[in-house]
Ligand binder design. Sequence first.
Ligand code: ZN
Length: 255
Amino acid sequence: MKIFDTHAHYCDPRFAEDIDELMSSLPSKGVCGVVNVGCCADTSERCLALAEKYDFCYASCGIHPQDVAAAKEGDLDRIRELLKHEKAVALGEIGLDYYYDMAPHDMQADYFRKQLEMALELDMPVIIHERSATADCLDIIRKYKGVRGVFHCYSGSWETAKELLSRGYMISFTGVVTFKNARRSVEVVRNMPLDRLMVETDAPYMAPEPLRGTRCDSSMIKYMIERIAEIRGMTPDEIGEITAENARRFFRIGK
Ligand SMILES: [Zn+2]
């Protein structure tokens, strides 16, 4: 089975001890691609360092809504510089988070807008994080037509998904799709066009059933792919192939 993990945080301290051992083991478990996602200028830089070290690793650079309060003047310029790197494939993660609510909403919106503008200017796809802020997030993306993006760790309704799909967005699912209470995610997976679907770990978080609660890594995507295959009445190999192809097309990664 082919696994392309479109969203992981291998720069998280929970991987510090065995990162090289873990990364070296992933290709033999079917992992053909990983996008490591930065949450601030420093983690974005570290994601690029990891991408330099491993062929199958790429990086996304951006300032997360939970990190905007701690961002320093000039950090957006740093992100812009980092995005010139040949292994930088996306701008993110960016967006709005009213659940953890770690920065004033207008400040979150300001960073979100500035990074959407940067994405248009640099012609790069964006990785969007939205939690408990759907209405405001939709208001903002409606004003930035032409942005290519993915809504990561999607847990929203089919209604919202329909609007995102009509605007050209991709939708990406984590291990949440395997949880027993994932009724909404299952509805979206069942109804959405397969060429817009991607899979991700959001590692170290969101480990799928039956490994829920453990440290997540990219090899565990096989459980998400198996569940999605079951929902769609297809084989896991087919879903692995399609989601990997979608990721390569979205991030513009050659074979
Ligand atoms: Zn993330």
